[in-house]
Design a protein around this ligand. Structure first.
Ligand SMILES: Nc1ncnc2c1ncn2[C@@H]1O[C@H](COP(=O)(O)OP(=O)(O)OP(=O)(O)O)[C@@H](O)[C@H]1O
Length: 392
């Protein structure tokens, strides 16, 4: 019988909070596999096992588990009866699959979580190693190499015995939902989805906020953001997306303020609205895709003015990254191809010809005072629509 063995890393360090982190991870795994018939997920001394999974679903289950934050490694293992004969048979099955891949050297490593088992770990390793050699050395040229083996036959003795060799790497991070909630300002660009991913990877539940300038930006631009949320939801299970009508604010800034301050004032409105939505929905921080120096609105002076619009912490996980690094990550997580689709974003519609690259806060505030800010913000928040996007 086969099962999936899941390793998780960082969690083990969390002292008294450990059960909370582990239980959340188990719950997230169950949710991710919940549409697969009769599957069982159980936690046992530093490991999580997925049992009762029919073999046709293994690949799909592994693909999904590779996107669950908190998982460090996933292995298909043989489950054996807890006696030497059972272990030998299962070890043969695992070894055969490695021999088929052309592996030639091996070693055996045994962990005995169940101390009542009659043989100690080194004895099990020795007996099973000898058995495997007897069985396969001559026909396949298999030999032992304890220092640099092609594969390691791992044997874990628990309530049952689990035997496995190669492992698929998990995504790491902290289980989603263990780190509070934050609100991501999600444009249709390359950067903000990556920023959201990075914070979600630390266990933070993210909700996305998109500013939408109908009719200057069309349905396609909205669909693009929904598609980006679908990709992010593959890592987080679900994402709540708020769509904020932004046209009136942009027009009002355009008509009343010095053109050079358009972008920075618009950005400050976004932050204020996002903070309001976050506060109404249990968020404790905002997330943006800003990085220093990328565009006029991301100089130190601009960041200072944007930050001054809100009192909530603003997480900018990309702040020190190069564009190439961000693109690499966007490709890896699967948002890049959607982000580069050429639909207008609200920021690209109202672009000043000569933006202030080093705005002074007093000047920005003076320009802003020409607007009925509170009223505009209130109206935008009231007319905000939301939806929940799920994916596996
Ligand atoms: N229409 C929008 N809706 C929500 N957030 C936005 C919007 N436009 C910009 N933002 C937020 O402001 C940040 C800076 O936007 P800007 O357009 O200057 O930068 P960018 O580096 O091109 O970012 P991105 O690639 O995420 O669009 C974005 O990363 C995003 O967090």
């Amino acid at each position: 019988m086969k099962a999936l063995l899941i390793r998780y890393g960082e969690l083990a360090l969390k002292g008294q909070n450990r059960p909370f982190f582990e239980d959340t991870l188990v719950r997230n795994i169950k949710k991710r596999l919940s549409d697969i018939d009769s599957v069982m997920v159980k936690k046992e001394q530093g490991r999580i096992f997925v049992e009762n999974l029919s073999e046709e679903y293994f690949d799909e289950a592994i693909e999904r588990l590779k996107r669950v934050f908190g998982i460090v490694g996933i292995t298909i293992c043989e489950v054996a009866e807890k006696n030497l004969e059972g272990i030998k048979q299962a070890a043969e099955v695992v070894t055969k699959s490695e021999l088929e891949k052309g592996k030639k050297t091996f070693k055996v490593e045994t962990k005995r979580a169940d101390k009542k088992f009659e043989l100690k770990s080194p004895e099990v390793s020795k007996l099973i190693g000898a058995h495997i050699l007897r069985k396969f050395a001559e026909m396949y040229g298999l030999s032992v190499d304890v220092h640099n083996p092609d594969f390691t036959l791992n044997i874990e003795i628990r309530d049952k015995v689990y035997i496995y060799s190669s492992e698929e790497k998990g995504i790491g991070g902290m289980p989603f939902g263990t780190g509070g909630r934050a609100h991501l300002l999600l444009s249709g660009g390359i950067d903000s989805p990556v920023a959201g991913f990075m914070i979600a990877k630390r266990g933070v539940e993210i909700e996305a906020i998109h500013f939408y300038s109908f009719p200057y930006t069309g349905e396609k631009a909205k669909e693009k953001v929904i598609d980006l949320c679908k990709v992010l939801a593959k890592y987080t299970d679900k994402i709540k997306l708020y769509i904020v009508p932004f046209t009136e604010i942009q027009l009002s800034i355009y008509e009343n303020c010095d053109e050079r301050f358009l972008t920075i004032i618009m950005r400050r409105f976004m932050m204020k609205i996002a903070q309001k939505i976050a506060m109404q929905n249990g968020g404790l921080a905002l997330i943006t895709g800003e990085s220093i120096g990328q565009v006029a609105s991301q100089t130190m002076e601009s960041l200072f003015c944007t930050q001054a619009a809100v009192s909530m912490p603003v997480f900018r996980p990309l702040i020190g990254m190069d564009k190439e690094e961000i693109i690499r990550l966007a490709k890896k997580i699967g948002t890049y191809d959607i982000s580069i689709l050429p639909y207008e974003d609200c920021c690209t519609v109202f672009v000043p010809k000569h933006p202030k690259t080093k705005p002074k806060l007093e000047q920005v505030l003076a320009e802003e005072s020409k607007l009925k800010a509170e009223e505009l913000i209130e109206k935008a928040v009231t007319n905000t629509e939301w939806m929940v996007i799920r994916d596996r």
